[in-house]
Design a protein around this ligand. Structure first.
Ligand code: UDP
Length: 330
């Protein structure tokens, strides 16, 4: 019997590349797609030699064509860090809206199940803590994060509409802060920022007084949850993340301890609309799939630090120059 085919958008990104690995492991045929604005082919380099992996360099805000059957679509293409939203706000809005529309159209045409990557950002700066799926959020549509938050809120609405109106088999996953190998050291988010600073011998920059909280989930736990959600039949939004909450200042101290460096913490202004607290309520995922994170922060941080430490030194200073053009199908 021929293998099930899965299309993964954002395949060269952090989560997308881990998903490609997982679906290859599960014996699927994987079609990766990415426009490489924020993704890096370095993340999927090891897959190019496999016959069950194909990569297309394509921007999903343009019509998406895939020949042959497609059984599953995982829509993970999007800039995902606050500094990316500031640098590429229009693309961020377009991939969550037009891109989602194209992929829902493809799912309908191919009779595929589609899972869209939504986010804890749809809760904005939450007034309810921890956040459950039935909380509607507190988002500033015209703030710096609005381009991401509103695109993802639109994405959820569009996905639900394709489910109710066209009967497309859909899944909506609300992802909370996730970390692990293959994040971009220069993507501006707290964990790669702190580890990068530690490696380069710089002081760690905490924004505000560092009392804002986040809850960090190790990537393998999330990927397991995505796999279970996709293969379930649950069409309403599901939170996934690690409910272990920590202040950003404590988090910076943990990174200093882990890396053993003697740099200081310095304080910078808090970015506008930076959520004061964030922690998922994962009761729903627990009840539906028996899912919960297994990797502790100390284990996950160690694996992640080891990954960054062993990157070529110039990667700590950001630029990556690899020529993968021969592997790409335009
Ligand atoms: N942050 C920080 N220093 C940095 C980068 C981020 O203190 O160099 C803070 C940021 O203001 C936020 C938290 O760390 O309160 C998590 O930020 P991140 O960008 O990782 O993700 P967010 O959850 O805000 O989308």
């Amino acid at each position: 019997m021929s293998k099930k085919r899965v299309l993964i958008t954002g395949a060269a990104g952090f989560l997308g590349s881990h998903l490609c690995d997982r679906f290859i492991q599960e014996d699927y045929e994987v079609i990766g797609m990415d426009n490489l604005i924020t993704g890096s082919l370095k993340n999927i380099e090891h897959l190019f030699k496999l016959k069950d992996f194909t990569f297309y360099e394509h921007d999903v805000t343009k019509f998406v064509h895939v020949s042959g059957p497609v059984h599953y679509i995982l829509h993970f293409a999007s800039p995902a860090s606050p500094i990316d939203y500031l640098k590429i706000p229009i693309q961020t809005l377009k991939v969550g809206s037009l891109g989602t529309h194209n992929l829902l159209g493809l799912a309908k045409a191919k009779n595929a199940t589609i899972l869209v990557a939504s986010t804890s950002e749809i809760y904005g700066d939450p007034l309810v803590h921890p956040q459950r799926e039935d909380y509607w959020g507190n988002v500033n549509p015209v703030g710096p994060r609005g381009v991401y938050d509103e695109a993802k809120r639109f994405q959820e609405a569009m996905t639900m509409a394709y489910h109710t109106f066209h009967g497309v088999d859909t899944r909506i996953l609300r992802i909370f802060n996730t970390y692990g190998p293959r994040m971009r050291l220069n993507d501006g988010r707290a964990l790669p920022a702190f580890i990068g600073q530690a490696l380069r011998g710089e002081d760690l920059t905490v924004f505000g007084d560092g009392s804002q909280t986040r809850s960090f989930c190790y990537v393998d736990d999330l990927i397991e949850g995505i796999y279970r959600l996709l293969l379930s039949d649950y069409v309403h939004p599901v939170n996934m993340g690690n409910p272990q909450e920590i202040t950003i200042k404590e988090f910076a101290v943990e990174i200093l301890k882990l890396t053993g460096v003697d740099q200081k913490i310095i304080y910078k202004p808090l970015p506008k609309d930076d959520p004061a607290q964030r922690k998922p309520d994962i009761t729903l995922a627990r009840n539906l799939f028996g899912w919960e994170p297994k990797v502790s922060r100390s284990e996950g941080l160690k694996i992640t630090y080891d990954y960054f430490k062993t990157l070529p030194r110039d990667a700590w200073y950001e630029s990556e120059h690899y020529d993968f053009s021969k592997y790409i199908r335009k």
